[in-house]
Design a protein around this ligand. Sequence first.
Ligand code: FAD
Length: 288
Amino acid sequence: MRYHTPTSFADAAAIAVAAKGTLRFLAGGTDVLVQMRAGAVLPDDLIDLKHIPGVDQITRTAEGGWRIGIAVPGIVLGAHEDLVRDWPGVVEGMNLVGSTQVQGRATLAGNLCNGSPAADSVPGMVAAGAVVTITGPNGSRDLPVEQVPTGPGRTSLAKGEVISAITLPPRGKNAGDAYLRFIPRTEMDIAVVGCAASLRLDGDKVVEARIALGAVAPTVILSEAAARAIIGTTLDDKALAALAKAAEAEAKPISDKRGTKEFRIEVAGVLARRAAKIAYDRAKGLKA
Ligand SMILES: Cc1cc2nc3c(=O)[nH]c(=O)nc-3n(C[C@H](O)[C@H](O)[C@H](O)COP(=O)(O)OP(=O)(O)OC[C@H]3O[C@@H](n4cnc5c(N)ncnc54)[C@H](O)[C@@H]3O)c2cc1C
């Protein structure tokens, strides 16, 4: 195995595009190193991204959003008060990943690119309208987060492409987000269903909504029907019931040892309702 330590994304992309055989990037390593130890993945080239300047930084964008370096671990996100104030749902999704030890290493980009349909940080990023910057052999491009995973363990990144940053849009006023997951035990488990909601209010009325469902399809679902069910409402019981119904209709899960298809569909509705309510309360400043 060749271990590389590029000091720029352009160099990382050049190494990646020239590589033959199995290639992996190394961010926190909490997926890659476990897969290597288990013998499931044996990379010919392992490109460590942590030597690139700025990858451990969280900075304000000129527009008032956030640019998150691809090696920023969950624990640093959770300790960043301004970021948490703007995007509590994005951060709580990432902070549900693993244990304290895992939090010290695991990154948003790694969670996204590992391609698990149950990845906990992805619904929150999708609901937030997060965008990744991708650097490749021919330069850089931006892509909405929901267009990165294409199925279990797969992404839309072309050979030689690497995510060089994640950007969250400006939060603005009267807005809130939230992420909830169901697991059969209290922690250290994989989401049976996950749901993130991001809302903006005008007075008591919902004027913008993005609802993302995780672990109920091969990739995260951004449900326009679920958003439509609550836009224009005050999130009263009728709107919450319509939201749950829309989320249930959108969920296309499989049955496995952690939950049947029917159970997952029902839980998708329950979590959509609860996540939207938390996001609504946060938008009103009623809940941290
Ligand atoms: C004990 C334990 C518990 C866990 N619990 C959870 C959990 O509750 N929820 C959950 O969602 N996950 C969980 N995970 C999985 C893992 O921790 C997360 O997916 C984590 O966010 C991966 O991030 P990383 O930086 O460690 O990725 P890495 O292991 O470094 O990389 C993961 C994948 O992403 C690719 N990659 C990394 N960075 C980039 C980049 N910048 N551009 C392109 N590709 C890139 C790599 O090539 C690799 O394929 C757990 C893992 C462990 C070991």
